[in-house]
Write a protein of this length. Structure first.
Length: 287
């Protein structure tokens, strides 16, 4: 078995981290501060180590939630879906400015002679991606049959990300990153919608939304005889990746559609705000 959602999440997060580290390394070399590369590598590996420690502690802590498994899984899926959504919106809004902001932070650290400024910048950048990955995988893991499927699929994503990052920095950046992030964003948005709906399903299982006779709890259709989400391998794959339910309730359908409506409105608001800001900055000053 293979978890495409886990693979895509770690692939994207690892590439983001690699790009940040790569930008820092290239910039300090460009400005003649090669000695700072050591601090960047120390910060990078420290961030990776702390991410692994966080993952182990987080997984160990899950053992204390076994009695409330459905509650924890429900919250894990919903939180993961919201974080994924926020990450995608943030990347689309500020992705073009990341390199400029990183270079400005490096310049500030050099001017202020902050001994560990760049080390901290690399550490925090990598650690942030690592912590996000752990939280995302916790949500995805709740939909999978085995933790090892999530782990090995995620490790494969990291391995592929490293290869892509090397190709980017040693092949003249011929890889179309904009297209890559666009495609993965679309897939991960669908994953996030499925996680959100699946989280709602977990809360339904424990009766948080009233009795089974309520119209919101009634099944809209029943596909269990054709594409069962628990016994059919393709059904299980769709369930893990997109939150497919063979017997969705009205509440789950409403939640799924509502997620996309919310996302669409958020994108529109973000777009108009950024457009308004860019218009203000392009207007000539009176002074």
């Amino acid at each position: 078995m293979f978890s495409l959602a886990s693979f895509l999440i770690t692939l994207r997060e690892a590439i983001e981290a690699a790009l940040i580290v790569g930008i820092l390394l290239v910039y300090v070399t460009k400005i003649g501060e090669k000695k700072l590369r050591k601090q960047i590598w120390i910060g990078t590996f420290s961030g990776i180590l702390l991410s692994v420690i966080f993952a182990v502690i987080f997984q160990f802590a899950l053992g204390g939630f076994e009695a409330y498994e459905e509650i924890f899984e429900g919250f894990a899926m919903i939180i993961a879906s919201l974080l994924l959504t926020w990450m995608i919106i943030w990347m689309m809004k500020t992705g073009k400015e990341i390199q400029k902001k990183l270079e400005e932070k490096v310049d500030v650290s050099i001017k202020q002679q902050q001994k560990y400024g760049i080390l901290t910048l690399a550490l925090i950048s990598v650690l942030r991606e690592g912590v996000e990955t752990v939280l995302f995988l916790a949500g995805v893991g709740a939909t999978e049959d085995s933790l090892w499927i999530v782990v090995w699929s995620g490790l494969l994503g990291i391995a592929v990300a490293i290869i892509i990052a090397v190709l980017i920095f040693y092949s003249g950046k011929r890889i179309n990153l904009r297209l890559f992030f666009l495609i993965t964003s679309i897939i991960l948005i669908i994953v996030a919608a499925g996680l959100f709906t699946h989280g709602i399903h977990e809360f339904q299982e424990i009766g948080w939304f009233g009795s089974e006779t309520h119209w919101l709890q009634r099944y809209v259709w029943d596909m269990s005889g054709i594409l069962n989400d628990k016994t059919n391998e393709f059904g299980k794959f769709l369930r893990a990746l997109f939150g497919y339910q063979d017997k969705p309730t009205w509440l789950e359908i409403i939640s799924y559609i509502g997620y996309f409506i919310f996302l669409g409105l958020t994108f529109l608001i973000t777009y108009f705000i950024s457009k308004k800001k860019s218009k203000k900055t392009s207007e000539p000053s009176n002074f």
